[in-house]
Design a protein. Sequence first.
Length: 198
Amino acid sequence: MIAPEATVLEAGGVRLEPLTDAHCDGLAAAAVDGKLWELFFTTVPAPEDTARYVRAALDGQAAGIMLPWAVRELGSGEIVGTTRFHDIIPAADRVEIGYTWYARRCQRTHINTTCKLLLLTYGFEQAGCKVIGLRTDNFNFRSQRAIEALGAKKDGVIRHHWPRRDGSIRDTVMYSILASEWPDVKRHLELRLKRHSS
């Protein structure tokens, strides 16, 4: 059974740091870049809700169902977003990657690909996952395109699945990558990052 642990992951000018209360101010500043909390299909906290958001993530970690990170851009030294393992199911050797968001200036850059490469490498090669899932709101088309661009396979749509912050209920689009698919996905992501840096 898997037992992923909080650990620092770093590559390509990006560092994933195990989330702590000390990251609250940096996350609040990152969310302001684009007023990300105004997007109804995301779970980005408004600045005044950041401490509660971080506390909920850390409570999930204490319960063994989440493993959250803050995303630091090493060039600027700034916290630019967050991501986490969630819905950790040790008996199935399964985690999901989600609760991922970045300051607007970091969207559509190498940062998301780098973070996913770090998380997937850790999940498959160190934690021993057999499958890693990803999910998103059916109206978050940008996220769906980004997940598909990673090489994840679409498993389907769970209808009327999860409440949004505004009280509406979303359909959830589910994706996954199997351990047997990971070598090809890894090569694909490494090639994308190489092209970005050239």
